[in-house]
Design a protein around this ligand. Structure first.
Ligand code: PEP
Ligand code: MN
Length: 346
């Protein structure tokens, strides 16, 4: 249930609404925008007498949220949520570019790639130290050594770090190194993991599950938000369809649909959604044209030697070309590319 208050509501009246909501055993999520104040009600709304609120003179409207997700829903927050980390902001007019290899493989690989993507315009560095590989025999990541390499690359370049966490018992360790957790597609419905990163209060990049509907995706986000961790960035990374020409099918529709249904920032991963480096640039441009708030792109200084996802990784010079083209699309859309990094935060 959502209670929209009149623009001239006083603080005392807001408190009165909150107290009455809590009287019914429900929780309040308050969103105070410049134009209006919205009281989101979470809990069993069946026990609430809605008329009581409709009759309050400072209440404009009472809406019932039909969507199963509440905190993630567009109705719940008057403004777009801006997820900040060290001066880098997702969900503004500035588009954030995340880039780096699929996996952290070595110091040399990571540092070379980090400097190259920074030079080209990325402000966040990706790289998996714990990899959720489809095959148990494939490279599983360097573990904590990989996290140390990421920290070194962060210090050397001023790029913020996003890295994947695959199990709840890694959350505390990874939190010591990373600026943002990545929850991979295979773990989108790993509920203990969603709870644990929610508790951590660090920003979370939540990737859409391989066969997850948008509804399921937003319900997964709701798990994190339910811990009062509003710092969730959604990532469309392609879904499984009958088509085999590409690794996945980019659901470009998901961008405007998500932007309509939720206030959370939405980014796109053109690398996993296509699976072939040749298509990455085109889909990155399409994502920005469709309204994405950012991109996460796999880049490797020697893709032919990569231990994972080499075939979909861009070489640094191709990545630089992609950034130039994406910047042009962003400008057409009245947006720009974020240039903030952790070393020049405002
Ligand atoms: C990745 O980002 O390297 C990855 C494993 O992605 P996804 O979870 O989307 O498959
Ligand atoms: Mn990958």
């Amino acid at each position: 249930m959502i209670i929209i208050l009149r623009p001239d509501v006083t603080q005392k009246e807001i408190t009165q609404v909150i107290q009455r909501v809590e009287h019914y055993g429900a929780q309040v999520h308050l969103s105070q925008g410049r134009e209006r104040t919205i009281v989101g009600v979470i809990g069993d709304v069946r026990v609430i007498n809605q008329d009581e609120f409709m009759l309050m003179p400072f209440v404009d409207r009472v809406l019932l949220v039909s969507r199963p997700y509440k905190r993630a829903s567009r109705e719940f927050s008057a403004q777009n949520t801006v997820v900040s980390m060290d001066g880098i902001k997702f969900g503004t007019d500035e588009i954030v570019i995340i880039a780096g290899p699929c996996s952290v493989e070595s110091r040399v690989q990571m540092l070379e790639t980090a400097h190259a993507v920074r030079e080209a315009g990325a402000t966040v560095l990706r790289g998996g130290a714990f990899k959720p590989r489809t095959s148990p025999y494939a490279f599983q990541g360097l573990g904590e050594e990989g996290l140390e390499i990421l920290a070194e690359a962060r210090a050397a370049t001023g790029l913020a770090i996003v890295t994947e966490v695959v199990s709840p018992d890694q959350v505390d360790l990874i939190a010591k190194y990373t600026d943002m957790f990545q929850i991979g597609a295979r773990n989108m419905q790993n509920y203990p993991l969603l709870h644990k990163v929610g508790e951590s209060q660090l920003p979370v990049l939540l990737k859409r599950g391989l066969s997850a509907s948008i509804n399921e995706f937003l319900l997964a986000a709701e798990y994190i938000l339910s811990h009062d961790n509003p710092r969730v960035v959604l990532c469309e990374r392609g879904i499984r369809t009958f088509e085999t020409a590409t690794r996945n099918t980019t659901d470009i529709n998901a961008i405007p649909v998500l932007k309509e249904r939720t206030h959370l920032p939405v980014i796109l991963d053109p690398s996993h959604s296509t699976g072939h480096w040749q298509y990455v640039n085109a889909i990155a441009r399409a994502a920005v044209a469709a309204g994405a708030d950012g991109l996460i792109v796999e880049v490797h200084h020697k893709p032919e030697e990569a231990l994972s996802d080499g075939g979909q990784s861009l070489k640094p010079e191709r990545f630089a070309e992609m950034v130039t083209q994406v910047r042009a699309i962003a400008e057409v859309m009245g947006r720009s590319l974020s240039t903030k990094s952790i070393s020049n935060e405002d």
